[in-house]
Design a protein around this ligand. Structure first.
Ligand code: PLP
Length: 481
């Protein structure tokens, strides 16, 4: 792409800029239309989208740094937290904060848990193996060691007895998901929260993806603040509240539980820095957009949207049962569906075949004893096209079976298993990226049309090597133009 200004230094016209932006996003996955079944959430409601974008623009330049300078933002934050509190059965005295997303909500959850126990030198947290990777990020940032507990091998739900047994004197936090991202099932929150409460430990329910869905279902298992022992819950508005990206809510049962999440510094000559979340200066745009969309859709609207997405999920699960080679990994508790293949084809080829047919489904790699799978997030906007999706899936399975399961050369697999990423230098990573198909012979990074061979190799790489390789890839992608 050409540089940001013309040769004479003049700025670009509006037309040129918008034309360039349109051209740039031609290669992006579509955020609307219901054919992208991960990353994006589409209500299919044009009016809701429009009012959200107007609010986003209205408040783009406002600053949530100081709630006394922009009281409108505080009003909207408290209003959304109040709404969420009603959905999540929050008791008298609950509080909450708006954050930039699920990851920030979970970072703050772990930080607050750690800060609440300064008496523990080497704090730990008990996580089911299906807990979101954001907890591992928090572990890394805040030095709270994760203690991983295997989930039930059949239901993929956390094992409450094993989790209870894993709690010890260093535990500052116990986690459950409602539902888990990778398998779409709700953990047994009552047992887990009871075990945590019995030891005086905080229990967080990660409802980032399900928190705006489960309350509108009639048959959801118990998981909210109505469950004794649940101390905090995260729910992302930029997922199933269908708001523009950039807002999650973190609710605590009491303000005392939230207090260690806060930060202040008067230790410099400027304004006293006073932060409820990770960011300091933060745009009011996403918050205002969320406020607008939530009020526009309303409880009745969400109930309809959830019913559509839930029916689509169940219809798709039924359809999958009729497709040879495919199975549903775990009975879905919400609106996420996870699919696995038998030995006649593989999920990575299937993902490529679906993309070739205009559908994005997300490959998930093998982890511990869990097989590689395909992740499908059902938005309301996808609901009308479930029959079309099913046809594409049927065709994709036929193509993948005809091609046969993708294989990794045995020498390559053996090498991947033996490599210690800690011993590799930059040149070694360059070579590996080429071997993995993530770089051309000239070192140029260009993703191949078909990702299956790359994914299959990454799938056999131990997690540490996979992380290191992909970080090397990201590093090489992120260079100034
Ligand atoms: C999406 C998600 C997160 C992380 O949220 P981001 O908004 O992507 O940072 C955490 N937990 C669960 C269960 C999620 O689905």
């Amino acid at each position: 792409m050409s540089s940001g200004t013309t040769a004479d230094g003049a700025g670009w016209s509006r037309e040129r800029i918008l034309g360039t932006l349109e051209a740039l996003r031609a290669h992006d996955l579509p955020a609307h239309g219901g054919r992208t079944l991960a990353y994006v959430y589409d209500s299919g409601l044009a009016d809701a989208d429009a009012v959200g974008l107007e609010a986003l623009a209205m408040f783009a330049a406002s600053n949530g740094l100081d709630p006394t300078a922009f009281p409108s933002l505080l009003r909207m934050e408290n209003d959304l937290v109040g709404w969420a509190g009603r959905l999540l059965d929050a008791p008298e005295g609950f509080v909450g904060s708006a954050t930039s997303g699920g990851t920030e909500s979970l970072l703050l959850t772990v930080l607050a848990a750690r800060e609440s126990r300064p008496d523990i030198d080497a704090p730990t947290m008990v996580l089911p193996t299906t807990a979101h990777a954001a907890f591992h990020k928090a572990a890394h940032y805040f030095e709270v060691r994760p203690v991983l507990v295997d989930v039930d091998p059949v239901t993929y739900r956390a094992d409450p007895d094993a989790m209870a047994a894993a709690i010890d004197d260093t535990t500052v936090l116990v986690v459950a998901s409602a539902p888990s991202y990778a398998h779409g099932v709700v953990d047994p929150v009552p047992q887990i929260a009871a075990a945590a409460a019995a030891r005086g430990v905080r229990c967080h329910v990660d409802a980032c993806v399900g928190g705006w869905v489960l309350p509108y279902l009639d048959d959801a298992p118990p998981w909210t603040f109505a469950v004794e022992g649940v101390t905090s819950i995260s729910v992302d508005l930029h997922k199933y509240a269908y708001t523009p990206k950039g807002v999650s809510l973190l609710l605590h049962r009491t303000s005392a539980l939230r207090r260690p999440q806060y930060f202040a510094s008067a230790n410099w000559p400027g304004y006293t820095m006073l932060n409820s979340t990770v960011q300091s200066t933060k745009s009011g745009g996403p918050l205002a957009a969320a406020w607008a969309v939530v009020h526009h859709i309303g409880d009745d609207g969400y109930r309809r949207l959830v019913a559509q997405a839930r029916e689509a999920t169940l219809a798709l699960a039924d359809a999958v049962a009729e497709i040879p080679a495919l199975s549903v990994v775990a009975a879905p508790d919400a609106t996420l569906l996870t699919l696995a293949t038998d030995g006649t084809c593989d999920v990575f080829t299937l993902a490529d075949e679906m993309l070739a047919r205009g559908w994005f489904v997300q490959p998930q790699m093998a982890y511990r004893s869990m097989p590689p799978t395909l992740h499908v997030t059902l938005s309301a906007a996808t609901a009308p096209s479930v029959p079309e999706f099913t046809t594409a899936l049927r065709e994709a399975v036929e193509a993948a079976m005809a091609a046969g399961p993708v294989t990794v050369a045995p020498q390559l697999a053996a090498m991947a298993a033996a490599l210690d990423p800690a011993t590799l230098d930059d040149a070694a990573f360059d070579g590996l990226l080429q071997l993995a198909g993530l770089a051309g012979a000239d070192g140029d990074l260009a993703l191949p049309e078909r990702m299956a061979p790359v994914n299959a190799l990454l799938d056999v790489a131990p997690p540490r090597l996979r992380e290191a390789l992909l970080l090397a890839f990201l590093d090489r992608l992120s260079r100034p133009s």
